[in-house]
Design a protein around this ligand. Structure first.
Ligand SMILES: Nc1ncnc2c1ncn2[C@@H]1O[C@H](COP(=O)(O)OP(=O)(O)OP(=O)(O)O)[C@@H](O)[C@H]1O
Ligand code: NI
Length: 353
């Protein structure tokens, strides 16, 4: 792999579904990259297209009714034009997924150890004894205490956090270079959530994985992200390094997401209003109907091209574009020194490590 080539490179990804009410565009021309060893978080409200975008990468969404277009390169190889059998080889081995509900992903009728062993033997030609030893080792590495004695326990004998640890162990069997994690801690209580995030962070270092992490929770993002991609209604609104986005969010949507956080003086509630109908999105910026700064220019044409507003920080907003006046948005946005609590000195701010 060339040094300058990202581990994962997604270009103009567009995923549509045919429904009884016509065609719905869940992901609409999205670009992003993930490098080895970095964590990229896709954030946005429910229905933004985060899951569909990540599940389009390895084509685990059903087509039909879905249809995926664009380019998805993994180590330079285009996954979208790959045969199903080649792709099956990539899934699990090179790219692993973990999901929100470990409950649903597990088989209740088999022991946890058996399930990890089974996953191992799909990927590696190892004897039963070797597979068992490796499974116990993996259980140990994901922090399951007394792994060898827990091997023959059934899923219901594990707590929610332990089940997610088991799912992570199963994801690691093929020694993946990219881990796609879709809200893996959302179903867990806050303490367990923090433990799982720490585990992923440790494993990332150990296994040198890139992580593509989906969440609607900016508190989680602050903990783990290197870079953030903010999605809204199938489009990318803003992207940048986590410190930059928390310190000086440029898009009004990003600003509002941050302002909702209790740590930033918000109520913890959501942004007023709802997402547009994905069958019939509005002209112009998708967020314009809910944006307090929206002007006529925001409601015409397509989603604005992304403009660089700081090194490696880009925003899709008319106010930053040609003829726009960024101070309209910036002046009332969160920024360093803002009295409601700038990211830099708030507890939710990302730890710089
Ligand atoms: N199989 C499907 N058929 C039709 N529409 C779908 C399908 N899967 C997803 N969608 C639609 O695509 C859009 C994006 O959904 P997606 O699940 O990606 O959102 P999300 O950002 O992951 O939200 P959440 O935070 O709730 O998980 C939504 O409007 C959703 O209803
Ligand atoms: Ni989702």
């Amino acid at each position: 792999m060339a040094d300058d080539q990202p581990l994962l490179e997604v270009e103009n990804l567009t995923t549509t579904f045919s429904t009884d009410n016509g065609t719905l565009t869940a992901v609409d021309g999205v670009d992003f990259t993930v490098d080895t060893g970095e964590t990229v978080c896709i954030v946005g409200e429910s229905g933004s297209g985060k899951t569909v975008a990540t599940e389009s990468i390895t084509r685990i969404i059903n087509t039909p009714p879905g249809e995926i277009e664009g380019t998805v390169r993994y180590k330079g190889r285009d996954l979208l034009s790959m045969s199903e059998s080649e792709l099956r080889n990539i899934r699990g081995n090179d790219i692993a997924h973990i999901f929100q509900n470990p409950q649903e992903a597990m088989n209740h009728c088999y022991t946890v150890g058996w399930q990890i062993t089974e996953a191992l033997q799909i990927h590696q030609d190892v004897s039963d004894d070797e597979a068992r030893a490796k499974a116990v080792d993996l259980m140990d590495r994901v922090g399951i205490a007394n792994a060898s004695s827990r091997f023959d326990d059934y899923p219901h004998e594990f707590s929610g956090g332990q089940k997610q640890r088991v799912m992570i162990a199963m994801a690691l069997v093929g020694d993946p270079d990219l881990l796609i994690a879709d809200e893996p801690t959302t179903a867990l209580d806050v303490t367990v959530q923090a433990q799982i995030l720490k585990l992923l962070d440790d494993l990332q270092e150990e296994f040198e994985m890139g992580i593509l992490f989906v969440t609607h929770d900016l508190g989680v993002v602050a903990e783990i992200a290197d870079r953030i991609v903010v999605m809204y209604a199938g489009k990318v609104m803003e992207r940048g390094g986590v410190l930059d986005i928390f310190d000086h969010p440029a898009h009004p949507y990003t600003q509002q997401l941050l302002e909702c956080l209790p740590e930033f003086g918000g109520s913890g509630g959501g942004i007023p209003g709802t997402l547009p109908d994905p069958h019939n999105p509005p002209d112009g910026c998708r967020f314009a109907p809910r944006c307090e700064y929206a002007e006529e220019a925001c409601r015409t044409g397509d989603q604005p091209d992304e403009i660089e507003v700081a090194p490696d920080q880009e925003v899709s907003c008319v106010h930053y574009g040609p003829g726009g006046n960024p101070s309209i948005v910036r002046s009332e946005g969160l920024g360093p020194g803002d009295e409601t609590g700038a990211a830099g000195d708030s507890e939710v701010g990302p730890a710089d490590d």
